[in-house]
Design a protein around this ligand. Structure first.
Ligand code: NAD
Ligand code: AKB
Length: 367
């Protein structure tokens, strides 16, 4: 069997996907690669970890040649909030990086490539309830623009080069193992950590904000199910709508209070509210359900119970925040870490996006 390479293996989804793939195919068959070196112990202990920078195609090609890679899961990206703080970096990593992976895949005749898109492809012009599979794609964030571009590129490589490239539009992913990477939906993860650690959380979007979400076990199951699907039965390639549940922050806080009765949630909306207000509230993923059998297992109650159980155990053991991560919230941590000037000892700190005119269309569909 040819090797499987996970790029972005240190990230929120990549870290758990790598372990799931190792469980399925054997530790030796699955290579973990990321720009950042400090992989978690569980990744390092279970198999090979290596450096890759998707903006440097030779670093991808070297791994593919050396390890006879047949399948790539390309999970490296700059997410929406960090992407608004540094739109140039978001374009470079998300678009040039994807192009480099697609080219390496084409040259080396890869068997299959997975690349995730996002519900961020939708913007203020799309229906926000039961957002259809086929609708207008006019996102207002640079992240969303890179995801629409990515979907078009992937579909082009499928049609023109016969490359079996597959993708889904993930909703916000909620997980207990690796902190999220600086997106707008990070609040739905942070709220659990803060409920366990401090019994209070200040949320950066309003209480009535509703977004589509999915618990990590469902995300991993959906990804593997999709990669196993037979190509003949599919009508889409890089752009399947996907969702599991939608809830407001207020509803989530109430569910958490069932287990942490003195938990308090305050609200101080920032620029991420403007992003959230342009995204779907609920998504129609009937194409994924009909064409490759997608069905979520976790609802809000089951997810909340499991998240709190896992995080409470980690907190008791003094391991709430994984070894290779910091306690700083996602956006602030990542805006600093991914700013190229930071590496030159010129870190500007947690840079909010530059001031600019408000997007009136974002307010039109206020959440
Ligand atoms: P993440 O930010 O947690 O992880 C991304 C990883 O990519 C990081 O470990 C980072 O070090 C790495 N990376 C960044 N630049 C790189 C480069 N130049 N070369 C190599 N690696 C680089 O992201 P995630 O949440 O795990 O998301 C994975 C994918 O799923 C992304 O494409 C993201 O857009 C998509 N997605 C995620 C969510 C979500 O809620 N997590 C939702 C929708 C779509
Ligand atoms: C983000 O908020 O940027 C991501 C996403 C939904 O793509 N979680």
């Amino acid at each position: 069997m040819r090797s499987i390479l996970v790029i972005g293996a240190r990230g929120q989804i990549g870290s758990e996907l790598t372990l799931a793939l190792r469980e399925r195919h054997g530790d030796a068959a699955v290579l973990a690669a990321d720009l950042k070196g400090e992989h978690d112990l569980s990744l390092r202990d279970s198999g090979a970890c290596m450096f890759v920078d998707v903006t440097q195609p030779e670093t991808i090609a070297k791994i593919v040649e050396r390890y006879d890679v047949g399948t790539i899961y390309h999970m490296a990206a700059i997410l929406s909030a960090v992407g608004e703080a540094n739109p140039q970096l978001a374009w470079h990593v998300n678009v040039s990086g994807l192009y480099n992976v697609l080219e390496v895949a084409r040259h080396h005749r890869l068997d299959r490539l997975f690349w995730p898109s996002s519900m961020a492809v939708f913007g203020p012009g799309a229906p926000r309830e039961q957002t259809p599979q086929e609708t207008i794609l006019q996102p207002s964030t640079m992240y969303g623009i890179t995801k629409v571009t990515g979907e078009l590129m992937c579909n082009y490589y499928f049609r023109h080069y016969g490359l079996d490239v597959r993708g889904v539009r993930y909703p916000g992913i909620i997980s207990s193992e690796t902190l999220p990477g600086g997106g707008t939906t990070d609040y739905a993860v942070e709220i659990f950590y803060e409920a366990v650690r401090r019994r209070q959380y200040t949320c950066f979007v309003r209480a009535d904000t509703v977004l589509p979400m999915m618990y990590m076990p469902d995300c991993i199951r959906a990804t593997l199910l999709w990669m196993d699907a037979s190509l003949d039965e599919l009508r889409h390639h890089a752009d399947y709508n996907l969702t599991a549940l939608s809830f407001s922050v207020e509803e989530l806080a109430e569910e958490i209070k069932k287990y942490v009765p003195d938990f308090e949630c305050a609200y101080e909306p920032d620029f991420r509210q403007d992003i959230a207000s342009t995204w779907p509230r609920t998504i129609d993923d009937s194409a994924a359900r009909a064409e490759w059998g997608w069905e979520p297992h976790y609802d809000l109650a089951a997810m909340t119970k499991e998240m709190l159980t896992r995080l409470t155990t980690k907190h008791r053991e003094g391991k709430l925040v994984p070894e290779a991560q910091t306690a700083e919230p996602g956006f602030e941590r990542l805006a600093r870490a991914q700013d190229p000037t930071a590496a030159r000892g010129n870190a500007p700190g947690a840079a909010p996006p530059e001031p600019r005119r408000r997007d009136p269309s974002a307010e039109k569909g206020a959440n």
